[in-house]
Write a protein that binds this ligand. Structure first.
Ligand SMILES: [Zn+2]
Length: 475
């Protein structure tokens, strides 16, 4: 059972911001206004520190001074070119190369940035590599991670990722060492289109200020699309096209003061590319996470480390849910009791509970998820069905077994139904039971439980106790 493909929160944010122009064109170049943010700069820094520690537990950092120094020098040149109003002297931009062959890069709040080896190898010149980095730096400088959390809270979603992360749920405490693939998604934030557009515009301005050609920022999106194949889409899906991205960046470029001889191909870039191609091939991020599981590394045993048995099924190695429970509290608005041998993993829109061995980068095989889905419908039945349709889209092997039945959760009228289908991960029929209730503020609260059909009897008590223990503070 996977998370929904698209966060409904992001979808709802788009709806919510219709009519708001994120970038205001004044005269010529786009004037960028950093989005509203109710967090302190020190929150960005704290968040980035925690997430970078987690990232470096999971991903191998390339240990090659020449490559790292080169990437850092490009990064520092870009950082020095950030327009004054977005420079936060408190932030520390630093750059590392991840030894993974997929085309990806990410920057964390407050400045830590990681560029995959595959991204450098895919770029056609230094300008294209700088383009990706300028785009990432722009998200950091505009404080998009904390701005997004600000916005989510302001529309009544108390499951904002910051409350969770700063409360230690993701990278500290319980889940810290075992966050694995699910935890990873928490810091590989998917940005809204509005923020994407801002990062493109500021990225183009930084490129020009730094002596690069902003067109290379536009070009690199095409390069990634063209070379991406199975290695590429992650960066593009984390940075969705706000619409006409290529044209918008090139349009912006004509208003910028671009050097007549911008930095394109450099000897440093050529040298690093040839060093990288001479090294042993890198694994993909997915392979790295799988191996982490095998070696008891950061991801302590996902289902990937189970070996298929003779009939091609995965052997059972997930512990029974403990009959002892612990209380999970999220953001002062929800609590419930979960088996005390389950971990919790938060992302910006969802909290997942699962035992060791039941989670991996394809979702969970045993456990439960809770979250908030912003609904367009004020009708609980319709809102629940809309949510389920979305869930089915992201998990195409599942089918809804029947219509919605009435239930109550935390005293609220709600609906429940079952989805079933054969899971590729376990080779077994999976049962997903969805419970949802519409809160007074219009948000749909959902809880879904997941287990293989063959083990459902072992889980029924645990699931029933979870559902009955849910307490929502309905604002
Ligand atoms: Zn982006």
């Amino acid at each position: 059972m996977k998370r929904k493909i698209k966060s409904t929160l992001i979808v709802s944010l788009l709806v919510w911001t219709v009519g708001v122009l994120p970038n205001i064109a004044v005269g010529q170049q786009t004037r960028i206004v950093a989005p509203k943010n109710r967090y302190k700069l020190s929150d960005d820094i704290k968040l980035g520190k925690q997430a970078s520690a987690e990232a470096e537990r999971q991903f191998p950092i390339l240990n090659d001074a020449i490559t790292t120094d080169y990437v850092a020098s490009v990064g520092q040149r870009l950082v020095a070119a950030i327009p004054r109003e977005f420079q936060h002297p408190e932030f520390t931009y630093r750059f590392k190369v991840v030894n993974a062959n997929d085309i990806n890069a990410f920057a964390l709040p407050g400045g830590p940035m990681y560029v995959n080896r595959g991204m450098i190898q895919a770029a056609r010149n230094e300008g294209e590599m700088a383009g990706v980095m300028a785009h990432e730096i722009s998200h950091v400088a505009l404080r998009h991670a904390t701005a997004q959390a600000t916005k989510q809270s302001s529309i009544g979603n108390q499951l904002g990722m910051l409350g969770m992360i700063l409360g230690g749920a993701i990278v500290g405490g319980q889940a810290g060492a075992q966050a694995g693939a699910i935890g990873a998604q928490a810091w590989m934030l998917k940005y809204s289109r509005e923020y994407e557009s801002q990062a493109d515009m500021l990225g183009a301005q930084i490129m020009a200020n730094a002596g690069y050609d902003p067109h290379d920022l536009a070009n690199v999106f095409q390069t990634i699309e063209a070379q991406g194949g199975s290695r590429g889409p992650q960066w593009l899906s984390d940075h969705p096209n706000p619409g006409n991205r290529y044209d918008a960046i090139n349009h912006e470029a004509q208003y910028l003061n671009v050097s007549s001889n911008p930095i394109k191909m450099t000897s440093g870039f050529e040298r690093v590319k040839s060093r990288l191609s001479g090294m042993a091939p890198a694994r993909s991020s997915a392979e790295i996470q799988r191996d982490n599981g095998r070696n008891g590394g950061g991801n302590q045993g996902g289902y990937e480390n189970q070996s298929p048995t003779a009939n091609g099924r995965y052997s059972r190695s997930v512990d029974y849910p403990s009959s002892r429970t612990r209380t999970y509290t999220g953001g002062n608005w929800v609590s419930l009791r979960i088996p005390d041998n389950w971990q919790d993993f938060s992302t910006s829109s969802q909290v997942t509970f699962a035992p060791a061995g039941a989670y991996g980068n394809q979702g969970i095989t045993h456990g439960a998820m809770i979250g908030i889905s912003r609904s367009n419908s004020r009708d609980a039945y319709q809102a629940t069905q809309d949510y389920i349709n979305e869930l089915l889209q992201g998990n195409s092997y599942l089918r809804q077994r029947g219509s919605l039945l009435r239930t109550t959760m935390s005293g609220l009228q709600g609906y429940t139904t079952q989805l079933t289908g054969r899971s590729d991960v376990t080779g077994d029929t999976e049962i997903v039971t969805v419970y949802a209730a519409l809160m007074r503020n219009g948000d749909l609260f959902y809880l879904e439980t997941v287990s293989p059909q063959s083990e459902s009897a072992d889980y029924s008590n645990a699931f029933r106790n979870m559902v009955s223990s849910v307490r929502l503070v309905d604002r």
